[in-house]
Write a protein that binds this ligand. Structure first.
Ligand code: FES
Length: 128
């Protein structure tokens, strides 16, 4: 059994890393759902795009450090963990496992995280 091959099959290609500048967010589609991508200190994090409090897109929110502020009622979440950090939100965001390979961002269901250690390192040789 080749566990590595299996893991890579789980990951799906989304956007290019170059299209997600530091400190910004982008919306993409993964597994039939809208996903918000965030770039914080060189690392990429992915959460569900829709706020758990209402119909707002978090990719349209404000990224402050590793927290995103919802554009509708200013609830906040930690983009690394999905945890709520400010009211009125009460329910955590779903998060996704992220892998960056050859300048492309890949996503997998968060259950794949166990196989993909969190030691995500900023890409080398980023000449942006
Ligand atoms: S919809 Fe996001 S805080 Fe209300």
């Amino acid at each position: 059994m080749d566990q590595t091959a299996h893991m890579h099959e789980t990951f799906s290609q989304t956007i290019e890393l170059a299209d997600l500048p530091e400190g910004e967010s982008r919306r993409c589609q993964f597994d039939g759902a809208a996903v918000a991508l965030f770039r914080v200190e060189g690392c990429v994090y992915a959460t569900q795009d829709e706020c758990t409090h209402g119909r707002a897109s978090l990719a349209d929110g404000y990224l402050i450090g590793d927290e995103v502020e919802c554009p509708l009622h200013q609830g906040m979440f930690n983009v690394r963990t999905g945890a709520v950090t400010a009211a009125p939100c009460t329910q955590a965001l779903k998060t996704y496992a992220v892998e960056v390979r050859d300048g492309v961002i890949y996503l997998a269901p968060s259950s794949a995280k166990a196989e993909s250690p969190t030691g995500q390192t900023p890409p080398k040789g980023d000449t942006a």
